[in-house]
Ligand binder design. Structure first.
Ligand SMILES: Cc1cc2nc3c(=O)[nH]c(=O)nc-3n(C[C@H](O)[C@H](O)[C@H](O)COP(=O)(O)OP(=O)(O)OC[C@H]3O[C@@H](n4cnc5c(N)ncnc54)[C@H](O)[C@@H]3O)c2cc1C
Length: 459
């Protein structure tokens, strides 16, 4: 990158908010995926005016620019595949307003998910998406990926809570979308267009979220299953029983073994463990729902069911579930965390297909997932220095996606396309929808400077 451009960037953000040091650029060359590419410089803007000035400069110079939150993307979304500038929003981290009367929170994009949740808690409110990375990921990143989590089946994902956005467009113009009202059908829904757009259309600089009152009571139970099919059938039956659990997660045997090796939870190493949570305002309400769920567990051959005795035991269980990725990352050289979703009735078929692919390609593919909304995370473990194994990983991934589409599913429930799933976009989207998506990209970003090479948008 030209030194005059670096000088211009320093003038916009101040020298203290600019870096081109090798160590910083190496850190910014990756996210939580296996992809990497080094940027030429990185900046930490502190207000919308600076973001706008940076975008004008990048537009004029036709420089690639990649917005970045905490860099926890699992699909290469935050990797600067064509170099250029990393726009780290981490210093725009203020909670601007919490308005309980209107059920709103207004935040800058760099606020960490858990910090908003902590700020809402004394008011008896919460922001439900609850990604497992919530202690570090940013709300800007959550909007750009439409993040979800363990509460998805009952409470939906980020898109269900974004009411309004301030977005800086690639040419530097500042766009305001949506409103602070709970309802609005005024014009095209530009807000939704940006949610899940992976930083390819604009830089989110302010977000207005709807927030929810938090039910104070929960019940948590787990059930052991000897076969994946039994567990999958139980999930499917629970979801059409009239009860909507606030969480329903599946953990398979390979993951249970890994968790046991790294915690003192001593979980049963059965083929599948289901963990369910119900929430409500009275003990009677949560227990009524849980009793129905437990009866479905038993009907589907659960060998043991167990209700958490205390809040601490329930929390330990959820911490273990959320730590699955960390545990697997510690004990494997390389990981690809897939993120497919299938219609609820197809969960058993998908779980079986994953297990068969694991055997066929001689790969370890532990699987966890938000079973309650059909979103499964097979984690393909491998050694990236073993060429034969890498080839088997590629073959298994391709077959996995073919199976997902055959079952009427989708390539990604919450992590996004990024770089990882570009080759498979054509499996899910026909030429007409790809053409419309590319036209939208060209409309917002005619020079293709914003997070290029992502989502399969290039011809
Ligand atoms: C251990 C672990 C567990 C995870 N669990 C979950 C989970 O349960 N649910 C889930 O949905 N995801 C999960 N993820 C994936 C990841 O945490 C989410 O995708 C998260 O939303 C990314 O936030 P981030 O701040 O790290 O964004 P980054 O990774 O920095 O960026 C992600 C994308 O958002 C864009 N972006 C970031 N900020 C902005 C902005 N202000 N304006 C425009 N674009 C922007 C980037 O360009 C990039 O395309 C997990 C990841 C890890 C490592």
């Amino acid at each position: 990158m030209d030194t005059t451009i670096k000088q211009s960037l320093k003038e916009i953000v101040g020298a203290e908010n600019f870096t081109d040091s090798l160590i910083d650029l190496i850190a910014y060359s990756k996210d939580a995926s296996e992809h990497r590419h080094r940027p030429d410089a990185a900046v930490w803007p502190v207000n919308t005016g600076q973001v706008s000035a940076i975008m004008k400069l990048a537009s004029r110079e036709k420089l690639p620019i990649v917005p970045r939150g905490a860099g926890t993307s699992l699909a290469g979304l935050a990797v600067p595949e064509q170099g250029g500038i990393i726009l780290d929003l981490g210093r725009m981290d203020k909670i601007i307003d919490i308005n309980i009367e209107d059920r709103l929170a207004v935040v800058q994009p760099g606020v960490v998910y858990a910090d908003l949740d902590r700020a809402l808690s004394p008011h008896g409110f919460f922001f439900p998406p609850d990604p497992a990375s919530g202690s570090v990921c940013t709300l800007g990143g959550n909007v750009a990926t439409n993040a979800g989590g363990i509460k998805g089946a009952k409470y939906g994902t980020t898109k269900d809570y974004v009411l309004a956005l301030e977005v800086v467009l690639p040419d530097g113009r500042i766009l305001h979308t949506g409103s602070k009202c709970m309802k609005s059908v005024s014009g095209y829904d530009l807000t939704r267009l940006f949610v899940g757009s992976e930083g390819t259309l604009g830089v989110v600089t302010e977000i207005t979220f709807k927030i929810n009152p938090k039910p104070p009571l929960v019940s948590t139970s787990m059930a052991n299953f000897e076969t994946l099919e039994d567990a999958g059938r139980a999930v499917s039956e629970i979801m059409y029983s009239g009860i909507i659990p606030s969480a329903l997660e599946v953990i398979d045997q390979q993951t249970l073994i890994a968790i046991n090796q790294n915690t003192d939870l001593n979980l049963p190493e059965v083929e599948a463990l289901l963990v369910a949570e119900t929430d409500g305002y009275t003990r009677e309400e949560t227990e009524f729902q849980m009793a129905k769920i437990v009866s479905i567990f038993k009907k589907n051959n659960a060998t043991t069911t167990r209700q958490a005795d205390s809040k601490e035991e329930a929390e330990a269980l959820w911490t273990a579930r959320k730590s699955a990725y960390g545990v697997l990352a510690r004990i494997n050289n390389n990981l690809i965390v897939e993120d497919l979703a299938v219609p609820m009735s197809k969960v058993p078929d998908m779980l079986r297909a994953i297990s068969e692919l694991s055997k066929k390609h001689n790969l370890r593919i532990p699987t966890v997932g938000h079973a309650g909304d059909g979103n499964l995370h097979p984690v393909i473990c491998f050694d990236g220095t073993n060429a034969d194994e890498v080839k088997r990983v590629e073959e298994a991934s391709a077959e996995l996606f073919e199976k997902v589409i055959e079952l009427g599913g989708t390539l990604t429930g919450e992590h996004g396309i990024g770089l990882a799933k570009v080759p498979f976009m054509g499996l899910e989207h026909d030429e007409i929808s790809m053409d419309i998506m590319r036209s939208i990209k060209r409309l917002f970003d005619p020079n293709n400077i914003l997070n290029p090479r992502k989502m399969g948008l290039e011809e």
